[in-house]
Design a protein around this ligand. Structure first.
Ligand code: C5P
Length: 214
């Protein structure tokens, strides 16, 4: 039995990695599996929310009752999010969005020639920061995957991106894997959750989110 603590909420989420093309057959991506975001989308839907999930390239089934929009690049993810955000009252950014993309992706396959090849990268938009700085932003939740200094970086993100809640984890504790160990940060403090499967962690995140919303 799942209490419907998010009944009536409309939640927009991102999940998975992004894929930034270098040429028609190659690109830059990362080790995000999408499992944490998909588990959270499922838990939000089970708690009664209407959920739209904007997903980067992953090999996961769509959770029951969730509307899924597939994207590849950070720029497309941003376009889809900005187009949909007005119809939602909560935004949860779980995606591991590439911070940089190739300046000029080649339309032809890059051939091998010289011993060295340089690829110039340019900054991608920060989707979460852009949503949180809209004139009438939804309730914004961020994720922070760090390799060290989790408290400092996660609490920094809460303030810098003007978020209501951040879910932090050390990369080595969760990214790409089955289980996760997270700490939730909000304006009042930090709340470590026990190490558990991403499905169980998602249930804990939903409970905290509902307590802040209600
Ligand atoms: O600053 P950092 O990338 O570590 O922040 C992580 C949070 O910001 C995550 O919630 C992630 O989904 C979001 N993010 C984003 N767009 C980016 C980079 C991060 O939405 N370009």
């Amino acid at each position: 039995f799942q209490p419907r603590v998010l009944a009536g909420r409309r939640i927009l989420m991102t999940a998975g990695p992004t894929y930034e093309a270098l040429d028609p057959v190659r690109g830059i991506t990362n080790i995000s599996s999408g499992r944490m975001g998909f588990a959270l989308a499922r838990a939000c839907a089970q708690a009664g929310a209407v959920v739209t999930l904007v997903s980067g390239p992953v090999s996961l089934p769509t959770p029951p009752g969730v509307t899924r929009i597939d994207v590849k690049s950070a720029q497309t993810m941003r376009d889809v999010v900005m187009n949909a955000v007005g119809a939602h009252d909560v935004f949860i950014a779980v995606a591991a969005v590439a911070d940089y993309r190739p300046v000029a992706p080649s339309t032809e396959k890059i051939k091998k020639s010289a011993d060295r090849l340089s690829i110039e990268l340019t900054r991608n938009p920060d989707i979460l920061a852009d949503v949180a700085s809209l004139p009438a932003p939804p309730f914004c939740v961020g994720f922070a995957a760090e390799s060290s200094n989790l408290d400092t970086y996660a609490q920094g993100k809460l303030v810098a991106k003007r978020l209501k809640m951040v879910v932090g984890n050390l990369v080595q504790d969760g990214m790409g894997g089955i289980n996760n160990q997270v700490v939730i940060y909000d304006a009042k403090g930090r709340y470590p959750l026990p190490r558990a499967s991403k499905e169980e962690v998602a249930t804990g995140i939903v409970a905290h989110l509902a307590s802040l919303l209600n």
